[in-house]
Design a protein around this ligand. Structure first.
Ligand code: ADP
Ligand code: MG
Length: 246
């Protein structure tokens, strides 16, 4: 479903991702771990077509982008990839002047060009899926952080993405609200969604991930099954990272 080949990314000549070779199979759940600044968010943004590639290539659900492709073709491929990859951020980024339902159906109206009635039908089902059917008319300011994040997940699902990318989706939440968001993510995993998740929730990583990808300094240092990674990290850097958490 996702394949990067020698993907690299620089900002102003500083390489922050170096030759990343990452494959994610359909229905697989990959958790990206690594210290702050290791390149996790940048990698997710590349997977979602939000960042230009400095080198290498990226393929998502059959759509390929090469760093050295002609820019017009590259733009149209990036656009297709963005539609194919739903992204959920730490800060929920909801439109404050739209209701929960309004947020969820925005892309259905503007990108998919559905009629309002049809879009609202789909939006209501999506809100139901994240447990918020009764909040559809509420504005974000009236929702808890956990509820806002669940609206953001429903909004990302509206485009029927083939992969979902999560960048620290629970890091901005009060501790008592983390569980409800993780539960929605577990449910998505059970339904067979392909997911790449950056999180500090180690219990979630252990229980839900099929694979842990540990990054440091812009490279993939270690790639293991969760059980093995947590029991016996191979690299010094991963060991240090895990020690600092506990
Ligand atoms: P992580 O998510 O693992 O904390 P990031 O992907 O956010 O790491 O950042 C990786 C590195 O790239 C950091 O050194 C960061 O400062 C740098 N970086 C990220 N985005 C930009 C940007 N837009 N411009 C310049 N440098 C950036
Ligand atoms: Mg980050």
């Amino acid at each position: 479903m996702i394949r990067t080949t020698e993907l690299s990314k620089s900002f102003h000549g500083v390489e922050v991702l170096r030759s990343i070779d990452l494959g994610v199979a359909a229905r697989e759940i990959v958790v990206l771990l690594g210290p702050s600044g290791s390149g996790k968010s940048t990698l997710l943004r590349c997977l979602n077509g939000l960042e230009e590639l400095s080198g290498g290539s990226l393929e998502v659900n059959g759509v390929r982008v090469d760093a050295d492709m002609p820019s017009r073709r590259k733009r149209s491929s990036f656009r297709e990839i963005r539609r194919n990859a739903g992204m959920v951020f730490q800060q929920f980024n909801l439109y404050p002047h739209k209701t929960a339902l309004g947020n969820v159906i925005e892309s259905l109206l503007t990108v998919k060009k559905l009629g309002r009635a049809e879009a609202e039908g789909i939006g209501e089902r999506l809100l139901e899926r994240v447990g918020l059917a009764d909040k559809k008319d509420q504005y974000p300011s009236r929702l808890s952080g956990g509820q806002q994040q669940r609206v953001a997940i429903a909004r990302a699902l509206a485009m029927e993405p083939s992969v979902m990318l999560f960048d620290e989706p629970t890091s901005a939440l009060d501790p008592e609200l983390v569980g409800e968001v993780l539960e929605v993510m577990r449910q998505l995993a059970r339904e067979g969604m392909t997911m790449v998740v950056v999180t500090h929730e180690m219990k979630f990583a252990r229980q839900v991930a099929n694979r842990i990808v540990f990054m440091d300094g812009g490279v993939v240092v270690e790639e293991r099954e969760p059980e093995d990674f947590f029991r016996d990290p191979r690299s010094e850097r991963a060991r240090k990272f895990l020690n600092q958490l506990s």
